[in-house]
Design a protein around this ligand. Structure first.
Ligand SMILES: Cc1cc2nc3c(=O)[nH]c(=O)nc-3n(C[C@H](O)[C@H](O)[C@H](O)COP(=O)(O)OP(=O)(O)OC[C@H]3O[C@@H](n4cnc5c(N)ncnc54)[C@H](O)[C@@H]3O)c2cc1C
Length: 416
């Protein structure tokens, strides 16, 4: 189905009765060229780019729940390309460029809204660190503006500039950053992948791999055995569990991250704001809710719900920079499963098992990576070679000591 303004107008006049399901519900075939495990943002984006840009159509996406039930429908929707390290920044800028054309590409309204991301700084040394990051962004073709206190005050007069502990001195601003309606991203990719012949098989769990003599020839699922020339895992927070069925132990731990939404308010926030002296970030949804979050819960878990100490910590962070948030009532809280890698950076790589590929380790920043992750994974699966922006996201980097430690926290997954 192609969407157009005229179609939306006509359906509005005729009771919205003409909309049809935008992807099929097929039974699995016996064999595919490529099986993608996981129908989250990254899995569906991979299927979309394989079928739309690399001309491979005999593909299945196998999802244990329904599309959007994982992190792609649970995140706080922020996109940005404001990284420091040369291994990361070009990749996230590539992703930002794909976001900028995504809605035209897949003909779906994903509400890509480039309203800007502001990283607030509270001290002179922190300003220097942000200047360095801004320069790295500009060198990779991204946009970065340093706002002093006066400029920032004009844009966000409600922040607590004179806070005794965390005075606000300015911000590093990326005007092209912003937010995107998260589940619409999954639906848009699913629609176009399905239109190119990709089978999206929901409510089907992968329970094992068919591996013989170091070669993977498919998967065991709750709907039976499905064979494939190439099998590509893309299950985010479930990566360690799924890959353990292939006998692999990953440099990844799973942690919970919570998200919060307030009641709807009139427009107040100009864009995304992040606290520089603690872990708190906030944006405002199109419906008016303040969407915010903070740190991970800090213990290993596969539960998609969090605990109260982090709720308190996030609210304290909010009150420290934006005391008016204390007047808003909280509407909803939920949790998601983070695949935290040891150095905080992801993997898009082959494995030592022939025909088995791995994508994961996105920590809590994988939503913004969705288009580039899908494109680069599709590139690897189609050509056998890493895309130039993802050539450092290799599993072997730990063997060689080539870690990509964006935050400088060392091998502490709960700190990245
Ligand atoms: C609260 C929260 C806030 C976040 N905020 C942001 C943000 O603002 N910006 C940002 O960039 N990132 C953010 N993230 C991170 C981001 O959401 C994730 O990194 C990203 O969505 C992970 O990729 P995905 O969409 O493919 O994952 P998912 O949607 O989780 O997809 C993985 C899929 O694999 C399926 N699966 C698992 N096991 C199996 C199996 N055995 N068989 C078949 N299928 C299986 C799951 O059901 C799931 O649907 C946030 C995450 C959370 C939880």
């Amino acid at each position: 189905m192609k969407y157009s303004g005229l179609k939306v107008f006509w359906e509005g006049l005729t009771g919205n009765k003409g909309w049809k399901p935008v992807w099929r519900n097929p039974e699995p075939k016996k064999h595919y060229d490529i099986i993608i495990i996981g129908g989250g943002g990254h899995g569906l984006a991979t299927a979309y780019y394989l079928s739309n840009k690399f001309n491979i159509h005999n593909i299945a996406v196998i999802e244990k729940g329904w599309l959007g039930s994982g992190n792609v429908g649970r995140n706080t929707t922020i996109i940005r390309s404001n990284y420091l390290l040369p291994e990361n920044q070009p990749f996230y800028e590539f992703s930002m460029k794909l976001w900028e054309n995504l809605e035209q590409d897949f003909n779906y309204n994903a509400m890509v809204s480039q309203r800007g991301v502001m990283n607030i700084f509270h001290s002179d040394p922190q300003r220097d660190a942000f200047v360095r990051r801004g320069n790295s962004m500009i060198m990779s073709g991204a946009d970065a503006v340093l706002l002093n206190e006066k400029d920032l005050k004009k844009m966000t007069p409600f922040l607590d500039f004179d806070n005794a502990r965390f005075p606000i001195k300015g911000a590093l601003w990326q005007p092209r950053g912003g937010s995107v309606r998260h589940d619409a991203v999954a639906w848009g990719y699913a629609k176009e992948a399905d239109a190119k012949g990709v089978d999206i098989i929901q409510n089907c769990e992968v329970t094992g791999f068919l591996i013989k003599n170091g070669k993977c020839t498919g998967v065991e699922t709750t709907k039976g055995i499905i064979k494939a020339t190439k099998t590509a895992s893309c299950v985010a927070g479930s990566s360690s569990k799924v890959m353990s069925k292939a006998g692999m132990r990953l440099p990844i731990e799973s942690h919970v991250l919570q998200a919060f939404v307030s009641e709807g308010l009139k427009p107040v926030l100009p864009g995304v704001i992040t606290f520089g002296a603690g872990h708190f970030y906030v944006s405002q949804s199109n419906k008016g809710g303040l969407v915010f979050g903070g740190d991970i819960d800090g213990y290993n878990s596969y539960a998609q719900r969090g605990n109260l100490p982090v709720v308190e910590d996030v609210c304290e962070g909010g009150m420290a920079i934006m005391p008016m948030i204390g007047r808003a009532r909280l509407l909803r809280i939920w949790g998601g499963l983070m695949d935290m890698s040891m150095d905080g950076s992801p993997f898009i790589d082959k494995t030592d098992i022939k025909g088995l590929f791995f994508n994961g380790g996105w920590c809590y920043g994988g939503f913004k990576a969705t288009p580039a992750s899908g494109y680069c994974y599709a590139h690897l699966l189609a050509t056998g070679k890493s895309h130039k922006t993802a050539e450092n996201f290799l599993l072997k980097r730990f063997e060689k000591g080539l870690i990509i430690d964006e935050k400088g926290q060392g091998n502490q997954p709960n700190l990245h």
